[in-house]
Design a protein around this ligand. Sequence first.
Ligand code: GTP
Ligand code: MG
Length: 204
Amino acid sequence: MIVRAAVLAASADQPADYPADGLPQVAFAGRSNVGKSSLINALLGRRRLAHTSRTPGRTQRIHFYRINDAFHFVDLPGYGFAQVPLEVKRRWGPMVRTYLERSTQLVGVVQIVDLRHPPSREDRQLRDWLVEYRRRHWVVATKADKVTLNRRATHLREIAAGLALAAEDDAALLPVSSVKRQGLEAVWDALLPFLAPDAGCDRG
Ligand code: GTP
Ligand code: MG
C-alpha cells in the first residue's frame, strides 16, 4: 500500500461534521491506550499522523484521516480508562453509537483489543453494538510483541471466546504489533477489498 497523501480531513463530534465526500471509511475502535492511533500510523507508515500519547483519553473526538484522496481511516475515541474525566466518559457512548448507526460511508470497523488481556465488559459492549448495527468488523489483537509466541494462541482463543466470535470469524481475529510492525499486511489484506478499487492503493 503506497500512501501518497494522508491528511486530517475533519474532527467531529456530531454527524453534521462528518465528511460528506462519499469516500469509504474504515473506523478503528477500542479501549483508551490500547493502540488505535499507533495502529493507524503503522498501517500508513506515518510516524505521527494520528496522535499517540501515554496519557489516555486524548482522542475525544472522531478524527477522519483522508488517505490518497480515496478513503478515510477514522480514529474513534477510546473507552474505559479510569483517569478519563467523567464528562468525557458520558459522551463517549452516544458519540460512538451515533457514528456506527448513522455514518453512510462506513464500510467496516477494526475493533482493537490488547492481546495480553481477556476482553473487558466494554470490549464486549462494542462488539454487541457492531453486531446490532450490522457493521462488518475485524478484531485486531495488538501489542503482540508483549506476549511470547508460545502464549499467543492461548490468548487469541481467550479473546475469541470472550467476544463470542464464531468459528467462521476466526480469520477476522488478527494479532499485530504496531511497534515491531508485525501482522500489518494481514490487516491490509482484510481492509483493501472494501476500499475503492480505483483508490490508487497499489500494493507496495
Ligand atoms: P487513546 O487515543 O488515548 O484512546 O489511545 P490509543 O488507543 O490511540 O493508543 P496509542 O496509539 O496512543 O498508544 C498507547 C500506548 O501504547 C503508547 O505508549 C504506544 O506506544 C503503545 N503501543 C501502541 N501499540 C503498541 C504495540 O503494538 N506494542 C507496544 N509494545 N506498545 C504499543
Ligand atoms: Mg489515539
